[in-house]
Ligand binder design. Structure first.
Ligand SMILES: Nc1ncnc2c1ncn2[C@@H]1O[C@H](COP(=O)(O)OP(=O)(O)OP(=O)(O)O)[C@@H](O)[C@H]1O
Length: 681
C-alpha cells in the first residue's frame, strides 16, 4: 500500500526555510539598525564633543598657587554672537570706540545697562588666532586692578564667516594714546599728577606681571594705546596679543614656552603650560641667557610664536629668517623688523652718523612702497598694473603696482610710471643698490621730496592709516571719488597689512574724521603717528627694545618691557610721539625723543622735554626723576636696565637711580635727579 504523505507535513521544509530566512532578515536588519544607531550615536557624541572642545578655552591658571592677587578661578563668559550684536546695535559705526591693528573695538551695553568693550578681530589669520588665544589664555588667567579685565569671548562661525570677539571691561577714558595725541587738545587735560600716577600704575602693572605671576608674564607691546584709563584716570594695561609667559623647566635653566605656539605646533601635544616643545626649534641659549643675565630667576623666554609662524612660511626652517633672504612683509609674516628697517636702525640714530631719523623715515617710505603692493590683495582688482623693481637692502624684488583708480590724476600716474621705468633701467645697470641709496637718488632727482611722495601715494602707493581725503588745489577727496575713493580708503598695520574701510563714506561722522585726518596728512606727523603705532609680531616700532630690532635675538624678556616702558615714560612726560617728524622746519634732534632726551641729559637740561602744555604746572623733581628713570630703562644692554620692582621703588622714592645704570648709555645724563623720600605709595 502506497504510503500517503501527510499533507500537513509536506510544506514543513518550505516553512522552515521561510522562517529561517525571515529570522535571518530580521537579525541582519536589526543588527544593521543597531549598527547604524550606534554609528549615529558615536558620530553625535563625537561632534558634540568637538563642538564643546572648540568652545572650551583651556584656561591658563597663571597663578594657580601664587599670590592672592591673581585669581586662578577667573572664568570667562562665552557670549553668543546674537548677544554682542544686540549690545552693539549690530556693530554700529556709532559704537566704534577704537581701531587697532588687530580689530575694531565697539562699545556694548547689556540689558541691565552695563557698558563693556567688544573687540572684533577683523580677519582670521594665523596671527590673529595666535593673538586671540594669547589674550584668552594669558589675560584670561590674570586678575589685577592694574590690568584691563577680560570678561569673555565669542566665536561665530556661521555662513563661512569666522568671527572672533573679545569682551573687556569698559574703560571710559579710552587710551593714553587718545588722551595725549587727540587733536582736540586732549593732552592738556592730563595734569602732571595724572601723568605721574599713570607712570606709576603702568610700573605696578608690569611689576605684577613680572614678579606677581608665576610663571612671569612679559607683555611685549607696552605703548600708549595699550594703556587704558578708567573713570578715575587709573591706568590699566591691555592687549596681551603679543605677550608671553616664562616657564621654568625642571632641569635648571628655564625655557620660555609660548602657549599658543604649543597649540600651533602639530607635533606638540597640548600638554599645558610648562611642557617644553622640541619640535623644530633652534634655541640660542647663550643669547637668551645673556639677555636675561640680570633676571632674578635666570629664566629665559623666547618668542616661539614668531619662530613657529616663520616655520609656516619658511617650510620648517629652524630660524626665523635666513640671512640675505628677500624681504617680503606679509600681514601675517614675522619677518624680522630689524631686517626690514636695516640692522640696528634704532641705534644708528644715536649720533653715530650712520643713520638719522630722516634716513629712517626715508627707509620706511621705501619699504612701504616695496611691501604694500605685493601683499595687498585688494590691489589685484584693478585693471592696469605696472611692474617695478627695486633693490632693497636685502635683495632684489619685483613688484606690481596698480594704476590709480578712475578719478585719480592720470598725469600723476604717468609721472610715477616714468619714475618707475627709470628705476627699472637703473636696476639693470646696478643690481645691488640698497634701499637707502635708492631713496637718496630719489631725493636727488626731486627737489621737493614731500611733493614726490605725495604723487606716489596718491597713485595708490598708500599711506598707512590715512584715508585719501585731500583738500584744496583740486585734489580728490574721498567724497569726490565716490566708490572708488571709498575703496581706496585704507589703513596699514604690520599685523594686518592694508585694510579697506567698509562703511566710512556712508557715515557723516566718519567723513568729518576723514577730513581732519586728511588735512594733516602731509604734515609729516603722519610718519610719527604711524611709526609709533605700527605693530609687528615683536611689538611696536619705536617701542621695541633694540635686542629685538637688530635681527639676531628672538627672545622676549622682561627687560624688553622695561625698554618700552622707558619710551612710554618719555612719551607721557613730553606729550610727544617717540619719533616726531614734521614736514615743517623742525630741529631734527627733537624728532627722535630718546636721542633728544639723551642730549638734554648730557647738557643737564632734561626738563626741556616736559610737555609745553603743562606750562609750569608740574613737579620738577618728579619730572626729572621720571626722565632719568626712563634713560636708565632705555639702556641698550638689557642687563643694565633696572628691573620693574626697582623701577617701582624708585618712583615711590624708596630707592635711588643707580649712577652705574648710565655707565654704557650713549649719552649719560650730566645731572641725575633721584633722591627722594617716600614719594608715592
Ligand atoms: N576696554 C576698552 N575700553 C574702552 N576703549 C577701548 C578698550 N579697549 C580698546 N579701546 C579703544 O580701542 C582702541 C584700539 O584698541 P586695540 O587694542 O584694538 O588697538 P591698539 O592697541 O591701538 O593697536 P594694536 O592692536 O595694533 O596694538 C584703543 O586705543 C582704545 O581707544
Amino acid at each position: 500500500m502506497p504510503s500517503r504523505q501527510n499533507p500537513i507535513l509536506r510544506p514543513k521544509p518550505f516553512n522552515n526555510n521561510r522562517t529561517r530566512a525571515l529570522f535571518l532578515i530580521l537579525t541582519v536588519s536589526s543588527s544593521l539598525l543597531i549598527f547604524f544607531a550606534l554609528i549615529y550615536f558615536i558620530y553625535h557624541l563625537w561632534s558634540s564633543l568637538l563642538n564643546r572642545c572648540s568652545r572650551t578655552i583651556p584656561f591658563f591658571d597663571v597663578a594657580a598657587d601664587a599670590s592672592s592677587s591673581s585669581s586662578p578661578s577667573s572664568k570667562l563668559q562665552l557670549f553668543s554672537y546674537k548677544e554682542l550684536k544686540l549690545a552693539t546695535n549690530d556693530f554700529d559705526e556709532a559704537n566704534v570706540i577704537g581701531k587697532g591693528g588687530s580689530g575694531t573695538v565697539f562699545r556694548g551695553i547689556t540689558r541691565d545697562g552695563k557698558l563693556f568693550a567688544v573687540k572684533r578681530l577683523d580677519s582670521l589669520s594665523l596671527q590673529s588666532e595666535a593673538e586671540f588665544q594669547n589674550e584668552l589664555q594669558i589675560l584670561g588667567g590674570l586678575k589685577s586692578s592694574f590690568l584691563v579685565t577680560l570678561l569673555g569671548y565669542c566665536f561665530d562661525e556661521k555662513d563661512h564667516h569666522h568671527h572672533r570677539f573679545l569682551v573687556y571691561e569698559y574703560m571710559p577714558n579710552k587710551s593714553l594714546q587718545e588722551l595725549l595725541f587727540n587733536e582736540d587738545g586732549g593732552g592738556s587735560c592730563l595734569s602732571w599728577e595724572r601723568r605721574f600716577s599713570i607712570v606709576l600704575d603702568v610700573a605696578k602693572a608690569l611689576e605684577f606681571m613680572h614678579f606677581g605671576c608665576d610663571p612671569p608674564v612679559i607683555h611685549g607691546d607696552i605703548k600708549p594705546s595699550n594703556v587704558l584709563l578708567d573713570c578715575e584716570f587709573r591706568a590699566k594695561i591691555s592687549d596681551f596679543g603679543l605677550s608671553r609667559v616664562k616657564v621654568e623647566e625642571e632641569g635648571g635653566y628655564g625655557v620660555g614656552v609660548d602657549l599658543f605656539s604649543q597649540e600651533l605646533s602639530e607635533s606638540t601635544p597640548q600638554t599645558g603650560v610648562g611642557t617644553p616643545t622640541h619640535h623644530h626649534e633652534v634655541v640660542d641659549f647663550s643669547l637668551a641667557l645673556q639677555a636675561s643675565s640680570s633676571s632674578k630667576n635666570s629664566r629665559t623666554s623666547r618668542n616661539i610664536k614668531a619662530m613657529n609662524l616663520a616655520m609656516e612660511e619658511g617650510e620648517g626652517r629652524g630660524k626665523e629668517v635666513e640671512e640675505n633672504e628677500e624681504m617680503n612683509v606679509s600681514p601675517n609674516s614675522v619677518l624680522d623688523l630689524g631686517k626690514q628697517w636695516g640692522r640696528d636702525w634704532w641705534w644708528k640714530q644715536e649720533g653715530s652718523g650712520e643713520l638719522c631719523s630722516k634716513d629712517y623715515v626715508r627707509e620706511w617710505i621705501g619699504s612701504q612702497i616695496h611691501n604694500n603692493t605685493e601683499e595687498n590683495p585688494d590691489w589685484d582688482n584693478d585693471e592696469k598694473k605696472i611692474t617695478i623693481s627695486t633693490t632693497p637692502e636685502l635683495g632684489v624684488s619685483t613688484r606690481t603696482v596698480d594704476k590709480a583708480e578712475s578719478g585719480l590724476n592720470e598725469s600723476r600716474f604717468d609721472t610715477l610710471q616714468e619714475k618707475f621705468a627709470e628705476e627699472e633701467t637703473h636696476k639693470k645697470s646696478k643690481k645691488h643698490r640698497n634701499m637707502e641709496e635708492w631713496w637718496k637718488e630719489e631725493e636727488h632727482n626731486n627737489k621737493n621730496k614731500i611733493r614726490v611722495l605725495r604723487v606716489k601715494f596718491k597713485n595708490r602707493l598708500r599711506v598707512p592709516h590715512f584715508r585719501y581725503c585731500f583738500h584744496g588745489k583740486g585734489e580728490n577727496t574721498v567724497e569726490d571719488r565716490g566708490e572708488g575713493g571709498e575703496a581706496a580708503a585704507g589703513e596699514f598695520s604690520f599685523r594686518r597689512g592694508w585694510r579697506r574701510k567698509s562703511s566710512s563714506s556712508s557715515n557723516n561722522k566718519n567723513k568729518k574724521k576723514n577730513k581732519s585726518i586728511g588735512s594733516e596728512m602731509w604734515s609729516g606727523d603722519l610718519f610719527s603717528r604711524e611709526l609709533s603705532s605700527t605693530t609687528s609680531m615683536r611689538g611696536t616700532l619705536c617701542y621695541i627694545a633694540p635686542e629685538y630690532g637688530g635681527g639676531g635675538c628672538c627672545y622676549l624678556m622682561e627687560k624688553g618691557d622695561i625698554y618700552s616702558f622707558g619710551v612710554l615714560i618719555l612719551v607721557i612726560i613730553s606729550g610727544r610721539r617717540p619719533l616726531h617728524v614734521l614736514a615743517s622746519p623742525m630741529k631734527l634732534e627733537k624728532a627722535n625723543l630718546v636721542s633728544w632726551c639723551r642730549q638734554l641729559a648730557q647738557s643737564g637740561n632734561v626738563l626741556e622735554l616736559v610737555d609745553e602744555r603743562l606750562k609750569d604746572l608740574y613737579n620738577k623733581e618728579e619730572a626729572g626723576l621720571c626722565i632719568n628713570l626712563a634713560l636708565a630703562c632705555l639702556q641698550k644692554a638689557p642687563e643694565l636696565r633696572p628691573d620693574i620692582s626697582e623701577v617701582v621703588r624708585i618712583l615711590r622714592g624708596e630707592m635711588e637711580i643707580s649712577a652705574a645704570a648710565f655707565e654704557f648709555s650713549p649719552s649719560p645724563p650730566a645731572k641725575i635727579y633721584g633722591s627722594r623720600s617716600k614719594r608715592r605709595s
